[in-house]
Design a binder for this molecule. Structure first.
Ligand code: AMP
Ligand code: GLY
Length: 423
């Protein structure tokens, strides 16, 4: 088969690696890809939002299946564009990708179908939001309705902070039109877990659990980022919690989308918070997580192409997902200053150290090739993943492997997976 993968970050590098494990794949293309992905796939310089060019490329190269990995093209209808051209594509159509694309939609869906989530209200004007805050309880959470690179969520400790937040989102439009409407939601406390799943419109298969570290600095300090590191599985995601979620969250979400005439095919990523009143949904994503994919996919035993196909064909019921009985930890190597100001273009040294090292992976997130060398080209530069027989061992291995790489302004968190010591 010939496969086209759309995207160019660490998640896509992990996907490219996993797709290349499949015996069914004769050729892999990636648009736009990055320096790491170009070792595994032929990269085409086409942006993820250039649907006409992507479809044209897929026709020209006689692609059998296209995988749309990032949220923006999914929410804008990339899968619809491929299907309209008679081409197979993996991912939710536009009317289903709204599960991630609009927080107001997903909150209303959960309320209507009785799926546990934080209490909330939706606001279309700054005046109504500000007036609601007068009698609200703090801390409180403000969320831009639309996609905002995972950064449109403000946790406000006081009324003043919350009022400033409404201004940032709705008047200053820091996240553009994503802030035309906002959700104001009850603040919850508890441990967060990421659970990824495959969905074929009616059935759902749950992957192994993971936990992300979203803040930039050690001890969960600093600004929110796309994710500074992950571990899998989460020891806090117990069998009991799993049963609860299977009964009250996962299948219910798939059925709810079907009932709404928005059949979901692709990956649903459940961002859960384990509160003292039980697990609740923080958010849905309509795609693999980044850097969750970097710890989940290396542990997956299945041929991922079989699963993509089953999701598209509606035959997921016939597939049993299998994961290795071990653990993985991913430490993100970023450019110092991320997620605000940082420099790019520094040579990355030591990539060869990962060649032929079983259980160690270097997934490129922001890199490019320049004059025969690989240079930094983003805030998150690399994801270093290592497996181990358990989480403690995997973490040791990952923090050993980060030493093999050097570049100017290299920055990482030193406490990825520290939470497992509390188990
Ligand atoms: P989201 O993009 O909705 O996942 O939000 C980003 C992050 O904000 C989450 O991973 C949580 O850490 C935090 N967050 C979101 N909603 C809430 C909430 N209702 N209570 C507490 N923290 C939240
Ligand atoms: N790591 C969180 C996300 O992909 O949204």
């Amino acid at each position: 088969m010939k496969i086209l993968l759309v995207g160019g970050g660490g998640r896509e590098h992990a996907l490219a690696w996993k797709i290349r494990q499949s015996k069914r794949v004769e050729k892999l293309y990636c648009a736009p890809g990055n320096a790491g992905i170009s070792e595994l796939a032929e990269c085409a310089d086409i942006g993820v939002m250039e649907f006409d060019r992507l479809v044209e490329f897929a026709k020209e190269k006689q692609i059998d299946m296209t995988i749309i990995a990032p949220d923006d093209p999914l929410a804008a209808g990339a899968v619809d564009a491929f299907e309209a051209a008679g081409l197979k594509a993996f991912g939710p159509k536009k009317n289903a990708a709204i599960l991630e694309g609009s927080k107001a939609f997903s909150k209303d869906l959960m309320k209507k179908y009785g799926i546990p989530t934080a209490a909330y209200e939706t606001f279309d004007t700054p005046e109504s939001a500000l007036s609601y805050l007068e009698n609200a309880k703090f801390p409180i959470v403000l969320k831009a309705d639309g996609l905002a690179l995972g950064k449109g969520v403000l946790i406000c400790n006081t009324k003043e902070e919350a009022k400033d937040g409404v201004k940032t989102l709705m008047l200053d439009k820091q996240f553009g039109s994503a802030g035309n409407r906002i959700v104001i939601e009850e603040y919850m406390t508890g441990r967060e877990v990421s659970v990824l799943s495959f969905v074929d419109g009616k059935s759902i298969k749950i992957m192994t659990s993971a936990q992300d570290h979203k803040r930039a600095k050690d001890g969960d300090k600093g600004l929110n980022t796309g994710g500074m590191g992950t571990f899998s599985p989460s020891p806090f995601y117990t069998d009991e919690i799993d049963s609860f979620c299977r009964e009250n969250i996962y299948q219910k979400t798939v059925d709810a989308m079907k009932s709404e005439g928005r059949e979901f095919k692709g990956v649903i990523f459940f961002g859960l918070m384990l509160t003292k009143d039980g697990p609740k949904v923080l958010e849905y994503n309509a795609r693999f997580g980044d850097p969750e994919a970097q710890v989940v996919l290396p542990r997956m035993k299945n041929d991922i192409v079989d699963i993509f196909e089953a999701c598209i064909d509606g035959t997921l019921d016939n597939i049993e997902l299998e994961f290795e009985d071990n653990a993985a930890v991913c430490v993100v190597l970023a450019s110092d200053g991320y997620p605000e100001h940082y420099e790019k273009g520094y040579e990355i040294k030591g990539l060869d150290n990962f060649k032929d090292k079983e259980g160690y992976y270097v997934f490129h997130a922001g890199s490019s090739k320049k004059d025969g060398t690989v240079v930094t080209n983003g805030g998150r530069v690399l994801g270093i993943t290592a497996k181990g027989e358990n989480l403690v061992k995997a973490r040791e291995n990952a923090y050993e492997a980060v030493k093999w790489i050097n570049f100017d302004n290299k920055y990482m968190r030193n406490d990825i997976g520290k939470a497992i010591d509390e188990v």
